[in-house]
Design a protein around this ligand. Structure first.
Ligand code: AMP
Ligand code: MN
Ligand code: MN
Ligand code: MN
Length: 276
């Protein structure tokens, strides 16, 4: 059986390993087909491709696009995209462009609680300054001793209703899917089990995603609990969507899933790679 991992992050966004080190680690973990899917950025792909070539790993060009859908932030993973395609390149630049101002607002919000220096602190964790995001703030809050680990940060801070959360407008779902189509890629709704939506809203999202031309959903992901896997396998079948797998790895020892350490897709799923 081929080992796939179609979702992970490098220092080009909020991972802690440089693309070459990430690919090297994936190789050690037995991954044979790896997609690098940094948030809103294609900057790590070139380096990752070179290392993958050296190691005999198949590298899939990917990116995880931040989307605002009916007031919710959702993530769409694009796979097999042409990283030079102008519509995609321009669209992603637009998504990145809003991050600096958002970071300033996040830091202001934290300062009101007496947590000072968050902006500088977060940027200190961001290798790619354009990609400043919540994970960098989370690492700063852990370093500062405000919270014990990154996982806990996302319970007490930076999420809807908690300090450090700011409303932000990302790309529209239709727009993101259009960029992916233009770049010749497939679109995958990332970690659907993680969205704070009721069952009906999730169904609406799947419905709209399908109608707009979405290809697949992540069924097996580091963000799903074991009991969510069969639920999303069934939904994928119901909405005639392909199924994808990805660890969403960010950093060793940060509590997320390790590269390639994923259960197999349930038998009822049609894997995304069946159309490659
Ligand atoms: P941003 O794109 O700046 O909104 O940051 C989103 C990132 O924050 C995600 O990709 C994760 O890396 C991280 N994140 C969000 N929610 C959680 C969570 N509950 N636990 C751990 N990391 C999270
Ligand atoms: Mn992330
Ligand atoms: Mn995500
Ligand atoms: Mn991710």
């Amino acid at each position: 059986m081929i080992v796939f991992d179609l979702h992970c992050h490098s220092t080009a966004s909020d991972g802690v390993l440089a693309p070459r080190d990430l690919v090297e680690r994936a190789g050690r973990m037995g991954v044979q087909v790896l997609a690098l899917t940094d948030h809103d950025s294609l900057a790590g792909l070139e380096e990752a491709r070179q290392m993958a070539g050296n190691l005999g790993i198949r590298l899939i060009h990917g990116v995880e696009i931040s989307v605002t859908w009916h007031g919710h932030t959702v993530h769409v993973v694009a796979l097999n995209v042409d990283p030079t395609q102008p519509e995609l390149v321009k669209g992603l630049a637009g998504n990145r462009g809003g991050r600096a101002e958002r970071a300033v607002r996040m830091a202001h919000d934290l300062a009101r609680l007496g947590i000072h220096g968050a902006l500088e602190g977060a940027y200190g964790f961001a290798d790619n300054k354009e990609l400043i995001g919540r994970t960098h703030f989370a690492r700063f809050l852990v370093e500062r001793g405000v919270v014990k680990d990154v996982k806990t940060v996302f319970k007490k801070f930076l999420v809807k209703g908690k300090p450090g959360y700011v409303v932000h407008q990302w790309a529209g779902l239709g727009e993101a899917l259009e960029w992916i189509r233009a770049a010749g890629g497939q679109s995958v709704l990332a970690h659907p089990g993680r969205y704070q939506m009721g069952k009906e809203k999730i169904r609406l999202l799947l419905e709209e995603f399908r109608i707009l031309g979405g290809d697949a959903i992540e069924v097996v992901t580091g963000s799903h609990t074991p009991d969510q896997v069969p639920i999303f396998a069934a939904l994928a079948a119901e909405y005639d969507l392909l199924a994808s797998v990805g660890s969403d790895f960010h950093a060793p020892g940060e509590g997320g899933r390790e590269l390639g350490r994923l259960q197999p897709l349930p038998a009822q799923c049609r894997p995304l790679w069946s159309v490659w």
